[in-house]
Design a protein around this ligand. Structure first.
Ligand code: ATP
Ligand code: MG
Length: 453
């Protein structure tokens, strides 16, 4: 449209465009010459004028793609960042290099802040510029629901996409959808799952290589089937959640003694659903405001796990009002966490699973156990005969053995965790030796218990 306008305007417009372009090109030189003679306020004023002229007559279209859309990650930004990693022009002089795991053969190379790269797509040239702005410490602003937010040292990251304005339709109809499709395909196809850990206010990813699957988890068969069905139903229920007006998320509370497979079950869930895990260490989080920032930075299709919830949260402290009346949080509180779990924040972004684990369910605040808060409570108990068979198969590939009957009878009489049974089974690569060792271990344990009675 803009191009047609230019044509209609004829050669005089072309002259203006050329003038504006050369004005902009001379700006740098101009800046160098005048900076010693003209005060900065007047200088800025002159530059704003030149920029206005340039923008007004320019035939370029620039799209700004912010990292976050209000409080949720911006999918276009994520897709474009991933796309650009494979499109960096040879002329780019500054790159960021990382490696997700020690055994990863490939380096992840990405643009550094301030760098530009050119992508040619279907013969059209697109210029990408990675812009980063540091917001000053303790900036205060009101959010869209009118409450005061205090933000510290925020970095605003943004991608600028520039092309000729005549390609505007192509950008929206073809180029950006292509980048998004590529990203979705990459995310779903044989990708390595990630485990995110919170360090101060940010999430740091490492590769998730946990081998646990629902096949290897030793637990009651019926319970295992119920959990798997519940997860499958959840991922297929997008429309259902929408129709009942609920955020598309599900909460699980895993409880039981140490070494019964709670963390392993979380890994099995992630491997089953192909979801990333966000391991939220609450003791590392300064206050509810930081917690909110972290939670809002979590992508959809992920599992948020808070381990040992009974130890990691302040149950009794509440928000402490400051002198000037603002409600500034001094610590992470249960109310802050619950606000997220079933409050408005959790509806930003979709498809999330929240898992809390604890060794002591009875120590949890009743607010956390209230009906409807955690959708499913899963007890991970001591090793049952059925769980033992799974472990024997995991470690020695045996599904029957003459010692099974005796071991299973002893397991009914004593409390041994699957972790302990697994440890005994790993003592030898020979199944006969390992099972004999386990049998002796159980016999000793029971006779010790009888002696102390
Ligand atoms: N139910 C189980 N099925 C298979 N392996 C298990 C199971 N429970 C424990 N294990 C084995 O024991 C190890 C420790 O288990 P895990 O860390 O999952 O227990 P946990 O319940 O999370 O313990 P904690 O309460 O101390 O965090 C696992 O790496 C796994 O090898
Ligand atoms: Mg654990």
């Amino acid at each position: 449209m803009a191009l047609e306008n230019n044509k209609a305007m004829g050669s005089s417009t072309k002259e203006i465009l050329t003038t504006a372009a050369s004005l902009a090109a001379s700006a740098m030189l101009f800046h160098t010459v005048i900076k010693d003679f003209i005060p900065s306020k007047i200088r800025n004023y002159i530059f704003k004028g030149i920029k206005y002229l340039h923008d007004h007559f320019s035939s370029e279209l620039t799209l700004l793609i912010d990292e976050t859309d209000e409080y949720s990650p911006n999918t276009i930004y994520q897709a474009a960042m991933s796309y650009l990693n494979s499109k960096i022009s040879p002329s780019v002089k500054r790159l960021r290099v990382s490696k997700l795991g020690i055994d990863d053969i490939k380096f992840n190379v990405s643009l550094d802040r301030g760098q530009e790269t050119i992508d040619v797509f279907e013969g059209i040239q697109f210029r990408w510029h990675f812009v980063s702005t540091q917001m000053s410490k303790n900036s205060r602003r009101y959010n869209n629901i009118g409450s005061l937010q205090i933000e510290e040292d925020t970095e605003l990251r943004c991608l600028e996409l520039t092309c000729n304005i005549k390609h505007k339709d192509k950008v929206f109809d073809v180029y950006l959808p292509f980048i998004l499709d590529r990203w979705t395909a990459l995310k779903n196809k044989g990708r390595t799952l990630k485990l995110f850990i919170n360090e101060r206010k940010n999430w740091s990813p490492v590769k998730l290589h946990h081998p646990a699957t629902f096949e290897t988890i030793a637990m009651d068969m019926e319970l295992k089937r119920t959990v798997m069905e519940d997860l499958t139903k959840f991922v297929q229920s997008k429309d259902y959640y929408k129709s009942i007006g609920k955020a598309w998320k599900r909460g699980y509370l895993l409880y039981g003694p140490p070494g019964t497979g709670k963390s392993s079950l979380v890994a099995a869930m992630a491997n089953f659903l192909k979801y990333d895990i966000y391991d939220l260490e609450l003791t590392e989080v300064k206050n509810n405001l930081s917690l909110r920032g972290l939670l809002l930075g979590i992508s959809s299709r992920s599992i948020i796990v808070v381990e040992d919830i009974d130890c990691s949260i302040t149950m009794d402290k509440r928000d402490i009002p400051t002198k000037d009346g603002d409600c500034e949080n001094k610590t992470v509180t249960l109310s802050g966490l619950l606000n997220f779990v079933d409050g408005l924040w959790s509806s930003c972004g979709e498809e999330k699973i929240i898992v809390f684990t604890t060794n002591y369910k009875e120590r949890l605040d009743p607010a956390l156990l209230r009906p409807g808060r955690m959708d499913m409570h899963i007890y991970m108990g001591y090793c049952s005969p059925c769980a033992f068979r799974t472990l024997a198969f995991n470690y020695h590939n045996v599904d029957d053995h003459p010692l099974f009957e005796e071991i299973e009878a002893l397991l009914k009489d004593t409390e041994v965790t699957p972790a302990t049974v697994a440890e005994e089974l790993m003592r030898s690569v020979d199944a006969n030796v390992a099972l004999q060792g386990l049998l002796q271990f159980l016999q000793c344990k029971i006779s010790d218990a009888n002696e102390t009675k």
